[in-house]
Design a protein around this ligand. Structure first.
Ligand SMILES: *Cc1c(COP(=O)(O)O)cnc(C)c1O
Length: 329
C-alpha cells in the first residue's frame, strides 16, 4: 500500500489503547461502548493531529524545511501539537491564531508559549489568511518555511487516519470484538476522510459517523463536500483505484448547538458523565460535543443493544482549563 512508502516522522506513541467503557455503557443502558485513546498519542497532551503531522512533517523534512507555519483558533489543539512537534525536531514554529491576545494565556495557548512557538494574532482572519505574508517574510530572512494546512487536513494528514484504521484493525483482532459503529468529532474533515478511505481499503462493514462540530464548513464548501472531496483526493493520492461515494458519508449535524466552541448543557453533561463514570477527560469543543452526539443517538434508540460502538477520542483536554468559568458546578 502506497501509504507505507511515504516519509513518516515518528512523533507519537502508537498504537494508542482501545478499551471498553463498561460503566458508561451501563449508565446509558444502550450498546457496548469502546474508546480509542488518541488523547494518549503522547505529543504534549496528545490528540488526533499527531497522526496527521507524522505524514505532513515527514514531507516537510524531506523538502529540507526548518520552520513550520500553521493556523487555528486561540485554543487550537492542532497548533499546540504542531508547536510540540517542531520543538522536538529542533524546528521553528509560527502560529497564526484567530482573535487577539488574551490578558492571561491559558490552556493550549499557554502550552504554545511554553513550547516556544512564535504567535501572530490575526484578528478576524481565523483560517490562516495571513500565512502567505508570514511565509514570504520568513523566506526573505533565509528560512525554509513549510505550511501545515489548517487542521492538518490534506491528503497527507488524512493518510494518518487511513493508517489509524489499519492500526485499529490489528487491535480488534486481538480484542476479538468487531465494531458496528465508529463515532467521533468532525471539523476540518481530515479524520473522517482518512477513516472513510481506510474502511474501504480494508473492506470493513462498520458505519463511520462524524459528529459535526461547526455549523458551516468553509466559505466555498459545506463540511460534507469538504470531507467527500478530501476522501477522494486521498484515495487517488494513495493510488487505491477506488472512489468513495456520497452514500458512504455519514455526517450528523444535529449537535452543533450554539456554534463552534460554545459550551451548552449537552457538552457539559457528556464531559461530566465520562469523567464521573470512567475517569476520562473529554474536551469542551470537540470530544465533549461528539460524546453528547453519541449519547443523544443512544437515547434516540439509534443503535441495537447487541451492537458495539467505538468512540474515537481525538484529544483536546487542555482546552478544559481555558473554559474553567463555563464548566464550574
Ligand atoms: C482537530 C480536532 C478534531 C477534528 O478533527 P478533523 O480532522 O479536523 O475533523 C476533533 N477533536 C479534536 C480534539 C481536535 O483537536
Amino acid at each position: 500500500m502506497k501509504h507505507l512508502e511515504l516519509p513518516r516522522e515518528p512523533l507519537g506513541f502508537f498504537p494508542t489503547p482501545v478499551h471498553e467503557l463498561a460503566n458508561l455503557g451501563r449508565a446509558l443502558g444502550g450498546p457496548r461502548i469502546f474508546i480509542k485513546r488518541d488523547d494518549q498519542t503522547g505529543l504534549a497532551f496528545g490528540g488526533n493531529k499527531t497522526r496527521k503531522l507524522e505524514y505532513i512533517i515527514g514531507r516537510a523534512l524531506a523538502q529540507g524545511a526548518d520552520t513550520l507555519i500553521t493556523a487555528g483558533a486561540g485554543q487550537s489543539n492542532h497548533c499546540r501539537q504542531t508547536a510540540a512537534a517542531a520543538a522536538s525536531l529542533n524546528m521553528a514554529c509560527h502560529l497564526v491564531l484567530g482573535g487577539s491576545a488574551p490578558e492571561t494565556a491559558n490552556g493550549n495557548l499557554l502550552l504554545d508559549q511554553l513550547l516556544g512557538a512564535q504567535i501572530h494574532w490575526a484578528g478576524k482572519h481565523r483560517k490562516g489568511e495571513d500565512i502567505p505574508k508570514i511565509e514570504e517574510e520568513l523566506r526573505k530572512a533565509g528560512r525554509q518555511p513549510f505550511v501545515v494546512p489548517y487542521g492538518g487536513s490534506n491528503e497527507l494528514g488524512a493518510t494518518g487516519f487511513v493508517e489509524a484504521l489499519c492500526e485499529l484493525d490489528s487491535q480488534t483482532f486481538e480484542l476479538q470484538t468487531d465494531f458496528d459503529h465508529i463515532v467521533f468529532a468532525s471539523s476540518s474533515g481530515g479524520t473522517q476522510a482518512g477513516l472513510m478511505v481506510g474502511k474501504k481499503l480494508l473492506k470493513k462493514n462498520y458505519e463511520i459517523t462524524g459528529i459535526a462540530i461547526d455549523k458551516e464548513g468553509s466559505a466555498e464548501k459545506s463540511l460534507s463536500e469538504l470531507i467527500l472531496d478530501l476522501a477522494n483526493s486521498t484515495a487517488s493520492y494513495l493510488e487505491t483505484g477506488f472512489e468513495v461515494d456520497k452514500s458512504d458519508l455519514i455526517l450528523n449535524e444535529e449537535y452543533t448547538g450554539a456554534g463552534y466552541g460554545i459550551i451548552g448543557e449537552a457538552e457539559k453533561e457528556a464531559i461530566r458523565l465520562t469523567a464521573k463514570h470512567e475517569g476520562i477527560l473529554l474536551d469542551p469543543v470537540y470530544t465533549g460535543r461528539a460524546m453528547a452526539g453519541l449519547i443523544g443517538l443512544i437515547r434516540q434508540g439509534r443503535f441495537k443493544k447487541d451492537e458495539a460502538i467505538l468512540f474515537w477520542h481525538t484529544g483536546g483536554a487542555p482546552a478544559l482549563f481555558a473554559s474553567a468559568e463555563e464548566l464550574q458546578n
